[in-house]
Design a protein around this ligand. Structure first.
Ligand SMILES: NC(=O)c1ccc[n+]([C@@H]2O[C@H](COP(=O)([O-])OP(=O)(O)OC[C@H]3O[C@@H](n4cnc5c(N)ncnc54)[C@H](OP(=O)(O)O)[C@@H]3O)[C@@H](O)[C@H]2O)c1
Length: 354
């Protein structure tokens, strides 16, 4: 076992209390989940938060990670960093999805163990369960069958990290917990036509189609698969809950319990955007798994509930998206004014809006 001898063997860190004054490290604080976790921690009164941008702390680099923990000495960690993307991105870059998630995860978990972090929350994912899992999926179905081939590399990396957290917990009593969220959406998502998740991809396509007066929009797959969706602030509330109180479970699913077909979802998004063109379904593109519904009874037994209905969450997400477009357009206008050019630029489908 790595670093044996540097630890306090068999200490029950999972009984330790995380106070509002405790220092909490949020890894991946600029991402969809990380930014929601920061918002929620601040809202809950945590004031001793630490985080770092990738340029100063590349989590794939073990030495940088250990140096950071040595300086920051956090008592709690929420590990929201990762290489994340939709089906297309996973299929075209399986090496990066596997290697980077494995490196980031093991570096941060090992450093947290080494520097005696009291509570560690690792973000797993519902897409690491076997592709033919009976529904709703319970936590004990992990590793019970073959994975979805379109994201196998990503899933294997995340399963290794979930199991590492579980082993630290079982063998050494460490307060390390993995949350398995369903598909997430909300403010701060990434908007890339071919590599982002279904909601930002559709919001972006429909907004561009509306702006350019396009008569139809092409959507991936058959539209038939069912998806459970969760507003990201509801997941962040679950992260803060388990950060404060260890519920006694190594793995906890976090889902809304409500399913919607991709077809229905696309119609709801068209409604929110105000796009009245036709939706065409491109069946040459993969559907991914047909259905994925989590059983979230464990986290519900700890008092967590989803709070945000899909219609409300989609409106908030679109509002955030528009504000970000407006901000980036304003920055662009500023740059153009400086360069003496009057040309304006719309968001293009290959832009990354951040
Ligand atoms: N989104 C979902 O639907 C969903 C569902 C289930 C589980 N999850 C899990 O939740 C976690 C967060 O997902 P997300 O949607 O928030 O992803 P995201 O928006 O892409 O954010 C990922 C974050 O990780 C950071 N990061 C990536 N590589 C890094 C590196 N080498 N060093 C330092 N930071 C790095 C990114 O930094 P930059 O800002 O520099 O890029 C970003 O802040 C992931 O583990 C994911 O598997 C997500």
């Amino acid at each position: 076992m790595w670093m044996a001898g540097l630890r306090f063997e068999n200490r029950r860190d999972r009984d330790a209390m995380i106070a509002k004054e405790s220092r909490i490290f949020v890894a991946g604080h600029q991402g969809l989940v990380g930014s929601a976790v920061l918002r929620t921690l601040r809202g809950a009164g945590f004031r001793n938060l630490c985080y770092s941008v990738r340029a100063s702390l590349d989590l794939r680099n073990r030495e940088e990670v250990f140096r950071y923990f040595d300086r920051a000495r956090p008592k709690g960690v929420v590990m929201c960093a990762g290489r994340v993307g939709g089906i297309g991105a996973n299929q075209s870059s399986p090496v990066e999805f596997m290697a980077e998630n494995l490196a980031m995860g093991t570096n941060v978990i090992e450093a947290a163990d080494h520097y005696d972090v009291d509570r560690f929350v690792y973000l797993g994912s519902s897409c690491i369960y076997p592709r033919r899992s009976p529904q709703p999926i319970t936590e004990d179905q992990l590793l019970s069958g073959r994975l979805e081939p379109t994201n196998e590399g990503y899933a294997i990396a995340k399963i290794a990290c979930v199991k590492l957290c579980e082993s630290l917990r079982l063998q050494y009593g460490k307060g390390f917990v993995s949350l398995m969220p369903t598909n997430l959406y909300g403010p701060g998502d990434r908007y890339e036509a071919d590599s982002s998740h279904v909601i930002p991809a559709l919001l972006l396509k429909m907004l561009l189609a509306k702006r350019s007066g396009q008569e139809s929009v092409s959507c991936w797959g058959s539209g038939q698969p069912l998806r459970e969706l969760l507003y990201v602030d509801d997941l962040a509330a679950a992260c803060v809950l388990v950060l404060q109180h260890d519920g006694g479970f190594p793995i906890l699913n976090v889902g809304s319990g409500e399913e919607v077909s991709i077809h229905e979802l696309a119609e709801k998004i068209a409604d929110v955007v105000g796009y009245y063109g036709k939706l065409n379904w491109d069946q040459s593109k993969p559907d991914g798994v047909k259905r994925k519904l989590l059983c979230s009874e464990r986290i519900r037994s700890l008092g967590w509930r989803p709070r945000t209905p899909l219609s409300v969450g989609l409106k908030k997400t679109f509002q955030d998206f528009q504000e970000r477009i407006e901000r980036s357009a304003e920055m662009e206008r500023g740059r153009e004014r400086q360069q003496g050019s009057g040309q304006s630029r719309l968001v293009k489908s290959d832009d990354r809006v951040v």
